[in-house]
Design a protein around this ligand. Sequence first.
Ligand code: CTP
Length: 438
Amino acid sequence: MKKVITYGSFDLFHFGHQRLLERAKALGDYLIVGVTSDDYDRTRGKINASQSIAERIASVKATGLADEIIIEEYDGQKIDDIKRYNVDIFTVGDDWKGQFDYLDKYCKVIYLERTKGISSTEIRSENRNTNLGIIGDSIPFFKRILNEAKFVNGINITSIYCEKSTSLKQEKNLELKSYVNFEDLLKNVDSVYIKSSYQTRYKYIKGALQAKKHVLYESPACLDSKEFEELTSLAKANNCILMEAIRTAYSTAYKRLSLLAEIGKIGEILSIDTTCTNMKRNDPEVFASMYEWGPNALLPIFQILGVDYKKREIISRTSKEQDIFSRINFIYPHATASATVAEGAKSEGELIITGTKAYIYVPAPWWKTEYFELRYEDQTKNKRYYYQLEGEGIRYELVEFLQAIKDEKDNPRIEKQVSAEICKVMNAFKNREDLVEI
Ligand code: CTP
């Protein structure tokens, strides 16, 4: 019996897939199809498959062509599979030509002609796409978003509005339509990504929502929880997605460590301590470190311990009207937490979650979480976890934003009460409530 094996994502199963499987089957008597797992797809850069592995397997099964379906989970697995299943022929489309020649040590390798004019990527772009405008105050920000959006099918960045329009004029490499007027930009997009300065952010978010545009915004939305409530009501009334862009929340490692904490892996949680610092000083902005880092540093505290703390104290060092170092201490009924932020002072940027059985340790820079450890008193029990974060993580936010627009449903990655509480703390800081100067 001649055994044939082939692999693919088979997302949004299409005619090209069908033809590939038919020809693969015709090469032998028994066809094994390897469907890539969701995690494996992510690690090889396919971050926005529309369907889950269960759905993708179901489509392959429905063709009746596969005698056996397996899941592909790691690099090098093809060699293992070929040996394990005594495969005679390995085949894939010729878009992979040359890339699997190394398998000819184990079996025959055949590249089949790829069907022209169709791909999952194209279908994904047709099914869900949005014309996105970017609103910001710095060229590096525009470039970062443009670069990351290339990895997300369906996000078309069409236009830019720069608050400091003079800086945009000096930039020759941004080949996008740029507007001198925010209202004009709104007429030409259906969604916006906002990272203007904190003084204007609320105004732009509100303006975009009033014009019925979906909004992805860098945190904090505003420096007042009442204003935040107003924005969420407006988004609801106008059927718009309002999504907060704290990148950490969208990284796989962060999601996994939150789950481990939630299911009690480290016992009862007694303390969460986060630190985010850098030496770089931005444009002279008052409230520098709190504004730049506060939302990120508060995220795990509010997501894991909730927002019903009993007491809050802010300690801050100001220099030339900027807070260069601040710490917020929280007391909960059964736990405590601290968020340390600095822009103009340096410390170890780690996250530690202390539990009664063990602790979770995320090394610096924890906000770009890829790696973390569960650490026990008995070190032999320690566990290490690694989930690669591609690029800067912005692409994951964009994928989820697009999905939320398509589903017409807000994304629960960052709960609204967490976002509201972040605004509340920013407001307290602005008004010097519970604040001790050092
Ligand atoms: N394939 C094909 N003809 C197409 C599309 C895919 O023969 N028009 C083949 C691929 O060469 C591969 C298999 O089908 O052997 C599974 O491909 P997959 O990567 O899942 O599909 P794509 O449509 O190429 O997906 P994407 O756009 O996400 O890369």
